[in-house]
Structures are given as C-alpha cells and as structure tokens.
Write a protein that binds this ligand. Sequence first.
Ligand SMILES: *Cc1c(COP(=O)(O)O)cnc(C)c1O
Length: 376
Amino acid sequence: MIPYGRQYIDDDDIDVVCKALRSDWLTCGPLVTEFESAVAAYVGANHAIALCNGTAALHSIMFAIGIGPGDEVIVPPITFAATANAVVYQGGTPVFADVCEDTLLMDPADLEARVSSRTKAVVAVDYAGHPCDYTAIREVCDRHGLVFVADSCHAIGASFKNKNVGSIADISAFSFHPVKHITTGEGGMITTNDEHYAQRARTFRHHGISTDFRQREKEVSFQYDIPELGYNYRITDIQCALGLSQLKKLDAGIARRNDIADKYNDAFAKIAGLTPLSVAENVRHAYHLYVVRLTGETRISRDELFVHLRNKGIGVNVHYPPVHLFTYYKKNFEYGRGMCPVAEKAFEDIISLPMYPQLNDEDLQYTIDTFIAALK
Ligand SMILES: *Cc1c(COP(=O)(O)O)cnc(C)c1O
C-alpha cells in the first residue's frame, strides 16, 4: 500500500537518538532547549516551547491566552478535531465558522459574522499546509480585540507574504506526529513573540509549577508553588534529538512535496470532474496534504473512488469530517447540519492523495494513472 503520508528517518536520525540515550539527560535537558531555539530561529519567533504532542500545544495555548468557561473561541470545521477539543479542555465553547469554497481555509467574512460579546480568540488552521488568510483574519481580530491563534500543525515551513508561519499569529501550534513534515515520534511546539504567553505555556507544561528546577538549584532552594493547575506535557531529550536532526531535512522535504503537487496539478489540469484546491499567489505551500475535490460530473462517487483506490493499493484518505457534526459536539453544543454548509458539502467531495517526500516518481505516476482511469 502506498500510504497518504509517511515519515522519513535516516541513519543520522538514528545516530543522534542513540547519542541522546547515552547522555546524562533523557528529559528536561539541553536538547529540549536546543530544539526550541532551533524551531524559534527557523520560524522567526522570539519564544518556542516544546511539548509532548500538538494537541498538548493547543491545550497549553488555550490556558496561556486565558480561555475558560463562558469564553467562545472560533474555529473552522475542516480540521483535525484537536483544534476544537483544546478549547473544550479549558471549559471554553468552540464556535464554528465556515470555510472558503476554493481553499477550505477559514472564511474571514463568516468568521466576523460569528463574533459575539463572548468571543475571546480565533484558531485559524493552515489546512493542508496552505497558510490561512493571515491579513484578513488579523483585521477581524484587531477590530474585535481577539487573540489570533494559528493551528499550524500542517504548515511548518510554509510562508505568507514572505513571513514564516509560526511568526505571524499571536501564538502558533505545531505537531511532530509521524504524518507531519518532521517527526519526534509524538511531539509538538508552540511559537510566539509574547513573553507572557510563553511563560504561561511553560508553566502549564510542567504541572503549573512556578519556578524552574535549575533556578531552584541555583538558589539552593526546594520551594515552589502551584498558582494554577497544569499538566505533564513535557517532551523528552530523546525526541528532541530526533527533532533537531529532522529539522535539517525540512526544506528539502517541502521542495519535494511542492514538486509532487506540481506533477499532480499538471496531470489533473485537463481532466473533467475534479479540481485541486486553490493556491494563493503570495504563499509558500507546505503541502502536508494534497487534496482534490470531485465536481459532481464523474460517474464514480467519492466514497466509491475511496474504496476503489484503496483496493488498488493507494492509501487515499479524507481530511476531514466536519468537527461540528461529531456526536460529542452535536450532543454537548447542540450543533448540527446546516451550521457550516460550505464545509459540509466539501466533505462529500474531497479526497487526499499520497503526499510525502519519499513518494517516488513511479508510485506517483501509478497513483495519477489509477486515479484518472477511475474517473472515466
Ligand atoms: C496533527 C494535528 C493536530 C494534533 O497534533 P498531535 O501531535 O497529533 O496531537 C492538531 N491540529 C491539526 C490540524 C493537526 O493536523
């Protein structure tokens, strides 16, 4: 089976992980700080906080920006559920704003229509690796005094108007799950220029403990306080060793992903019945996913196409079922069909094709040929 996404681990990655295992520090050590500094430098942010996964990053962001019961946070429905779940973890209410037809990114006009007196923040998602409309969303946030959070779990290495994702929103989240661009097995990162948010996220990652153990060591003190509740969301030095090594390969991986996308686009340009998602002029797309949309002119339905391609050994997938239609959200927030019609319709038509740097030209051509043949 050709998967839809896959990690790339080489001998250098394995060597640095072994070295970390032989070092004095398995967790809370220098490689965590080094990985944070490397990601901060890469995206161009003042602060980076590494965590055990991307979901923990989003949860810590909700704490850092002060989300609590009664607060509304506006999120898109076409995303992994963690975007909205993180709001619920802090007792907040996720409110769904619809997406744009051609990109499936949050629609800034619909976002503005959903703002209420309770709205505190927006989480925009750089869906598939395409940056959200940072300019338009920033304007809405500024008009209504909202915190602009970016769920950039699909988009490390992407840029918008020559600014790197991770440095544009008020605070951003990344994931290092194996299907993402670079991996630490499980892992995540927060980036921000806001010192206060950064400090709160660090505290939250470590049980809410107010002082660092190194600081206590220096002061020859065992005293610490827990002013607010936190979690254990730490990442290990073993994982950060892998992350540092993976980061070196990120740009080459994104270049190959763009190359694969160009080949898909060229092959599909003259085929009736499908359209790839649109790409804006002013972005560097990170292509976590390559998504095409059936336009209703094909005899085969999306569901039939999915089964057909899986049976042909092509690991297609569907990203994502609209989050507001999950049973949990329908039951607890009384959400349902009709709330985000553009997203609901798109979900019936989209399919994600294999996209990862090690996808070779032969498997890519086989995927293209099999896909086109299935539409006829
Ligand atoms: C992967 C992902 C997450 C969660 O990241 P984990 O590391 O799996 O916890 C959150 N949001 C989006 C959009 C993602 O793709």
